[in-house]
Write a protein that binds this ligand. Structure first.
Ligand code: SAM
Length: 348
């Protein structure tokens, strides 16, 4: 194991079998060694800084029916809402005054958010706050659509691949969704010029060490600028209601491996990590993450974007409680900065 860890640190690549071996044979001691190496790799590139993003959940309407997701269209109990352009701009105004310099507009796949409408919102945000980055996370769209959003000024796009194993993908999604389309979208985003983020849930139903090894290989080969990983958490109104949640321990272990594969990657300690463990975000940062995404959505809709049970909305998760987040990051030797927090191209 130690040889493998050193090899990963040095070469930033392992075979599929080696990744699988690293996952199957993990223990506390190896996790600590990996985390230490990952944390120093992050320090080498980004120092003690932690980037923050203001997350605005613009719509809980979704035309998709992903089996794991609480806002899937079949969940008739989900309270649907969509924010107006004015509400979104108000979130950004509040976020800017709090010190956020990246706004992430995320939502279900809601046809109401047409290309023209999203472009209008993006250009207004960029016009009002030229020193800010806009990240979109609005699911699968055509290449032409992504290009329009990019030309309107969007800087980054997050689209988790969910799993790099086709068979596994098909067990998590209805038949009208396809693994190939997901991958094609990711390649299109990167080709257009977005800082592109992929990612996956940890502990999703049917996931194995082998499918996780494939995820790591995908990250290694696709070379995303960002990678969002967080534990799967069941939602009571989905077919996966009685499945087990993913663990903080495995999520942190994978965060460390990803940091070593790509030292300059933007790696969030996700809300899901903070939801399954009150110290989850701190543990994620200490394992190599360098981004936190507090919620800027208006108070009256926060509880409605419930993609999994008991999703955190208060405390350091709320953008307005940035001071609490700052203290928590300081307690582990890190510093929240007012910065766009762009991907840094590594000097080799
Ligand atoms: N619709 C957009 C998309 O598909 O990329 C963005 C919104 S989607 C709700 C954002 C992410 O939430 C998904 O990529 C998925 O990984 C995560 N997610 C959904 N349900 C989850 C669950 N039950 N547990 C943990 N994460 C979940």
């Amino acid at each position: 194991m130690i040889d493998l860890i050193n090899k990963l640190e040095k070469n930033r690549t392992l075979t599929l079998e080696e990744y699988e071996y690293l996952i199957v044979n993990r223990n506390k001691e190896y996790a600590e060694i990996l985390a230490e190496k990952a944390f120093s790799a992050k320090q080498r590139i980004y120092g003690d800084t932690i980037f923050i993003r203001g997350l605005v959940e613009i719509s809980s309407f979704c035309k998709n029916d992903c089996i794991y997701c609480g806002i899937r269209r079949s969940n008739k109990k989900c309270e649907r809402y969509r924010l107006t352009k004015e509400q979104i701009l108000e979130c950004c105004r509040e976020g800017y005054s709090l010190g956020f310099r990246t706004f992430v507009l995320q939502g279900g796949e809601d046809l109401y958010f047409s290309d023209d409408f999203v472009c209008e919102i993006v250009s207004e945000i960029k016009g009002d706050y030229p020193d800010c980055a806009v990240t979109l996370s609005l699911g699968e769209r055509s290449k032409e659509s992504y290009k329009k959003l990019y030309d309107a000024g969007a800087d980054r796009y997050l689209l988790r691949h969910e799993t790099a194993d086709k068979e596994h993908y098909e067990k998590l999604h209805p038949s009208e969704m396809s693994f190939e389309k997901r991958m094609e979208c990711l390649h299109n985003l990167k080709e257009i010029g977005f800082q592109t983020g992929c990612g996956f849930m940890v502990g999703s139903p049917y996931q194995t060490a082998k499918t996780l090894a494939e995820d790591l290989k995908f990250v290694e080969q696709f070379k995303p600028h960002m990678c969002g990983i967080g534990p799967f958490i069941p939602h009571r109104e989905t077919p996966f209601a009685s499945e087990k949640a993913g663990s903080v321990e495995l999520t942190c272990y994978l965060l460390s491996i990803i940091r070593l594969i790509s030292p300059s990657i933007l790696l969030p300690a996700t809300t899901a990590l903070g939801t399954v463990d009150p110290m989850g975000r701190e543990k994620g940062i200490l394992a190599g993450a360098n981004v936190v995404m507090p919620n800027l959505s208006p108070a009256d809709v926060k509880g409605k974007y419930e993609i999994y049970d008991n999703k955190l909305t208060g405390g350091a998760e709320a953008a307005k409680n940035k001071a609490e987040l700052e203290c928590r990051m300081e307690s582990i030797g890190c510093r929240v900065v007012t910065d766009r927090g762009d991907f840094v191209k590594e000097r080799m």
